[in-house]
Design a protein. Sequence first.
Length: 237
Amino acid sequence: MGTAWKCTGQFPWELGRYIGGIEVVKINIALRIYAAKWHVYAGLAILNPTAQKQIHQFSESATDLFKLMIQGKRQELRQRVFEARDFVFGRDSDSQGGSNNDEATPILLSDSVLDKFSIGSPPTSDSPPPPPNSHLALLAMVDSWHRLEIRPFVHLQLAATPVFRFWIGVAEYLFRDSTRLEAAVQAATDGNGGFSADDAEFVIAARGWSDTVRYGSFEAYRKRFEETRVFFEPRFE
């Protein structure tokens, strides 16, 4: 996401599209990563063969979903997204219950929590809703878990880092609400709201990072990481 935003040449919070709580959570996660050291993430990605497989599938999922989006294949996109939801979060996702792992405790981020991450004044009942977003990054993440048969709540019990917990939390926030998820699918295939160009940049960035990891090049990883870091660095604080 950070690389995609850097390639647009604008900070995402200045575009007028990334204003809702879930959007700003994405921005905060990206900034948190780029404010750290490149070699930490390079090591996690390149030296772990399991991570390489997951990163490759993530880029494949992002590409496949984007192709469905730009072709306007809403029913096919919806079927794939909801199948991923059922696998990761369970068929009764709207009930606020557990995932397919009965012992797993949902994170269940609330609107009030996400409102704290909104840019500007907290939304009121009269505030216009954030523009519809395809949330391609979140759709691709859950799709990749489904394709690899990964149940993230099991991993969460073993290693609950703040970034990982928040990242699963915002995905859960999107996928556990059918109305919200349907809106994302509709936005993805309508092409409204100005997100299609951002999604294209995201797919290119995801495939680029996947290739960098697959080639096992720490130097290429460092250059890609630091180019984006320099772009965002003036706004870290």
